[in-house]
Design a binder for this molecule. Structure first.
Ligand code: DQA
Length: 148
C-alpha cells in the first residue's frame, strides 16, 4: 500500500516569499509545495497539502487524517508556541508526526523556544529553510517504512 502523508502549514506561511525573507527565505509557499511534491514522487508517497490561518481548520484536518493518512508533516507556525488544541489533536489521532520550521526557533526570541508539539512528535527539524520540509518528509517516510 502506498503511503499517504498530510502536510500542514500554519498561519502566515501563505505570505512566504514576502514575509521577513531574511528569516524565512525567498521561496513562496507554492514553490515549497512543488519541491515537496517532487520529493514525494521520488519517495513514492502521496501528499495532501493544506495551509490555514485558522487553528480550528488545522485541528479538523488532523482529525480527518485519522482514516486517510499514515503520517503528518507540520509547520504549525506561531501555533507551535501557543496551541494546546493542535497538540491534543495530534496526540489524539496518534499518527507519527514530524515538526518542521524554516528558521532555527532556538536561535530566536525566547517565546519561540517552547513548542507544544515537540513532546508528542517523532522529532523536529528546524533551521534549514525550505529544506527543513524535505528533510522532515524524508525522516517521516523512513520512519513509516522502518528503513533503518
Ligand atoms: C516558523 C517559526 C515560528 O516561530 C513562526 O511563528 C512562524 C514560522 C518557522 O517555520 O520558522 O510562523 O514556524
Amino acid at each position: 500500500m502506498s503511503l499517504n502523508i498530510l502536510v500542514l502549514h500554519g498561519p502566515n506561511l501563505n505570505l512566504l516569499g514576502k514575509r521577513e525573507p531574511g528569516i524565512y527565505g525567498v521561496l513562496t509557499l507554492a514553490e515549497i509545495d512543488r519541491l515537496l511534491v517532487t520529493k514525494a514522487q521520488q519517495l513514492q508517497v502521496n501528499l495532501k497539502i493544506l495551509q490555514s490561518n485558522h487553528e480550528g481548520e488545522l485541528v479538523t484536518a488532523i482529525h480527518e487524517a485519522l482514516d486517510q493518512q499514515q503520517g503528518i508533516l507540520i509547520n504549525a507556525g506561531a501555533y507551535t508556541h501557543t496551541s494546546v488544541a493542535l497538540r491534543d489533536a495530534l496526540a489524539g489521532v496518534a499518527l507519527p508526526t514530524v515538526e518542521v520550521h524554516l528558521s532555527n526557533i532556538y536561535r530566536r526570541e525566547e517565546f519561540r523556544h517552547h513548542s507544544w508539539i515537540a513532546p508528542i512528535a517523532l522529532g523536529q527539524i528546524s533551521g534549514f529553510g525550505a529544506k527543513s520540509y524535505l528533510l522532515g518528509l524524508d525522516a517521516l517516510v523512513s520512519h513509516l517504512r522502518s528503513d533503518i
